[in-house]
Design a protein around this ligand. Structure first.
Ligand code: ZN
Length: 305
């Protein structure tokens, strides 16, 4: 009887350990579900305040399961109202080992201006990939790091109004620029922007601004990608891309952009829908970013003095 009980206890413990272990790794399918949720709210653009409110509430509620450290910074720009959401998961390191920022834009483009169909060009995109995927990956990473906190503190920042570029003469990355201007003392050791990371044909080359101004961060990411036999990270130069990392790079903060290039066919069209997304692509990106943060040691890897 004692043997049976002990056996049952061991089995129960093994099951428990397996569950905990499984939960503390990035799950591409969970990330995919976050894209479905966001798309269900509608386009997240200035003319759709209801969808925007639902989306930021969703992001906030998801993160509230993992941390109490959440702030929403509202701002106005050229008659538009925006909101950046900033959440923090504390690291376990007793010493100050710095902090890492993970960022993504949560807004979507109000015009499908690359659509072949002229009728579609004035309509907003669904933004499953462009907007939805970066947010989804960050939410899943927050779940993982809440279960298994890394040594380093991780900030999750969701930027509004990234994708207004060239519409009514507006620039790209309004929210990220506001964030950098409003938080001058925020100097993370490194940062990663995820933008368009779910396509089934995902290809992430080395974006040029990131490589030239934060080469150590890029090299570490690509070393991890190679170790993981990732097929979505391409060890080749990309082009210069205007995205949320630039506001940080201009301020001397080493934030890199992981972005699909050449841009997928559905980029800024009505075809940026959930069916173009792949749990496997999200998985590969999530695994690499998780490993980057879990093994991050600013003293070993980078010299930022
Ligand atoms: Zn875009």
């Amino acid at each position: 009887m004692k043997k049976i009980l002990t056996g049952m206890l061991i089995t129960a413990c093994a099951l428990w350990a397996t569950t905990i272990f499984a939960q503390a790794t990035f799950d591409g399918e969970r990330a995919l579900a976050h894209i479905v949720s966001q798309v269900s709210f509608g386009p997240r653009e200035p003319d759709n305040p209801d969808a925007k409110q639902k989306t930021i509430s969703y992001i906030e509620q998801e993160l509230a399961r993992f941390t109490k450290r959440i702030t929403i910074q509202r701002f106005n720009y050229a008659g538009l109202s925006g909101a950046n959401l900033w959440a923090t998961i504390n690291g376990t390191s007793a010493t100050d080992s710095g902090r890492i920022m993970l960022g993504a834009h949560w807004d979507t483009r109000p015009q499908a201006d690359k659509d072949r169909d002229h009728e579609q060009r004035k309509k907003p995109i669904s933004g499953a990939n462009d907007g939805g995927s970066g947010v989804a990956a960050l939410l899943e990473l927050a779940r993982v790091f809440a279960l298994a906190p890394p040594p380093v503190t991780v900030d999750f920042v969701f930027f509004d109004l990234e994708d207004m570029g060239h519409i009514d003469d507006l620039p790209y990355s309004i929210g990220a620029s506001e964030f950098v201007a409003k938080n001058p003392s925020y100097r993370p050791s490194a940062g990663i922007i995820l933008d368009m990371v779910c396509a089934d044909n995902l290809s992430i080359p080395r974006e040029v601004y990131s490589q030239s101004l934060a080469g150590e961060v890029m090299d570490t990411i690509w070393t991890i990608a190679k170790q993981q036999n990732s097929t979505v990270f391409k060890d080749s130069p990309g082009i210069r891309i205007i995205d949320d990392h630039l506001a940080f790079l201009r301020a001397g903060i080493k934030v890199v952009d992981l972005i699909h290039y050449p841009f997928p066919d559905h980029w800024h069209t009505s075809a940026d829908t959930v069916d173009k997304c792949s749990g496997d692509s999200l998985q590969q990106v999530g695994d690499v970013v998780q490993q980057f943060i879990a093994t991050y040691n600013p003293k070993e890897l980078f010299d930022y003095d």
